[in-house]
Design a protein around this ligand. Structure first.
Ligand code: MG
Length: 369
């Protein structure tokens, strides 16, 4: 029986992780749960899974959780990330969205834990910090479907030439739509994947692929990373080797598969997800970098190193929020990120306080522009 802690248990990845537990109760035992603000959902999940260690980031909701679960230990504020990440679980699922995920990852690694990582920002902004901690112990198993695919393709391999991430292209790729008139409702309607709002907008601008390129840089220790448009989202990514051969991982688009694999590794556990069936027609296209410049911006930030990716990520987070609040146009999101990078003087990103300072400074600047 594997003991799981789930940080971000009420979001999209957290909920799907709990679906896996529900279907496999003899294999997984949830020992800790934490979330951002949804106290009612947290309490209901704690009762359903009989969990006694709970965290809620929003301190104003702490009392309500304690009153509803008098026998449980309840931690609040950043402890909902750091203490839950250090608890007595075999695997810490880090499924929160945003920079705060880095606090959970750092705490888990300091305690030499296995992390099933679905949070992108911790690697995008904190990759150098995370890799330094990883050299001393702990383990990261990627949950993002692309990185899970690369992880699987690299098993048993000693060297490779390059990583090729696949991208669905989002809801606007190949469509004759004026991007500057796109509404938040249109941007969050992803054709293949059901995801949270922030990541859906990132998918529509293709900044999601940009962030994933930087994630891959830290997970697989290379900057040889390209991407290709694959509208069917069946091949989740590929690795090319020196002899010209390519290994790919394929399955229908269902996040439960990469989540499940991070939990059951090294086994592809027997499950009843829809199996991939042939024949199948798959397409791969070159990216349209003029219409969707975000991945190129991210590549540039990756190559600059230092805190460039912190700036890219913070500016993007602030600009996506502005767009979702109907304050800027869809096309302004990436222009704001570019402005932030152009105006930034390169600094360091090798300790957590500096990374958060830079993130907060850039976020506030872009949000108030
Ligand atoms: Mg992905």
């Amino acid at each position: 029986m594997k003991k799981l802690a789930i940080i971000g248990c009420t979001g999209s990845i957290g909920s799907q992780t709990l679906d896996i537990v529900r279907a496999n109760k003899s294999e997984y035992n949830v020992v800790a749960l934490s979330c951002g603000t949804n106290d009612a959902a947290l309490v209901s999940l704690a009762k359903e899974f009989n969990v006694n260690l709970l965290g809620i980031h929003d301190k104003s909701k702490c009392g309500a959780v304690k009153r509803a679960l008098p026998g449980a230990s309840v931690v609040c504020g950043d402890a909902a990330l750091t203490e839950i990440a250090a608890c007595d679980a075999d695997i810490i699922v880090v499924a929160v969205v945003g920079m705060i995920g880095l606090k959970a990852v750092v705490s888990a690694l300091k305690n030499k834990k296995i992390i099933a990582l679905a949070n992108k920002e911790s690697l995008v902004a904190g990759g150098a910090i995370v890799n330094k901690l990883l050299s001393k112990g702990g383990e990261i198993r990627p949950v993002d479907s692309e990185h899970s695919a690369v992880w699987q393709a690299l098993m048993g391999e000693k060297a490779f030439k390059r990583i090729i991430l696949t991208a669905s292209g989002g809801p606007f790729w190949g469509k004759d739509i004026a991007l500057d008139a796109v509404t938040p409702e249109q941007a969050v309607a992803h054709p293949n994947w059901k995801m949270g709002k922030k990541i859906s907008v990132d998918s529509a601008t293709m900044m999601n692929k940009g962030l994933e390129i930087i994630e891959a840089r830290w997970l697989f220790n290379t900057t040889a990373i390209d991407y290709v448009i694959h509208p069917e989202s069946v091949v989740h990514s590929m690795v090319e080797f020196d002899d010209g051969s390519i290994k790919a991982q394929a399955s229908y688009a269902d996040m439960r598969l990469p989540i499940q694999y991070a939990l059951s590794y090294p086994l592809h556990a027997k499950r009843s997800y829809k199996p991939l069936r042939l024949p199948l027609s798959l397409n791969f296209f070159n990216p349209d970098t003029a219409r969707f410049p975000a991945p190129e911006l991210a590549k540039k930030a990756m190559q600059e190193g230092g805190d460039a990716a912190v700036v890219l990520n913070a500016a993007n987070e602030a600009a996506v929020r502005l767009f979702l609040e109907n304050k800027i146009k869809f096309t302004d999101i990436i222009s704001r990120v570019k402005t932030a990078l152009d105006e930034h003087t390169l600094g360091k990103a090798d300790d957590i306080d500096t990374v958060f300072d830079t993130h907060n400074r850039v976020y506030e600047k872009i949000y108030s522009m």
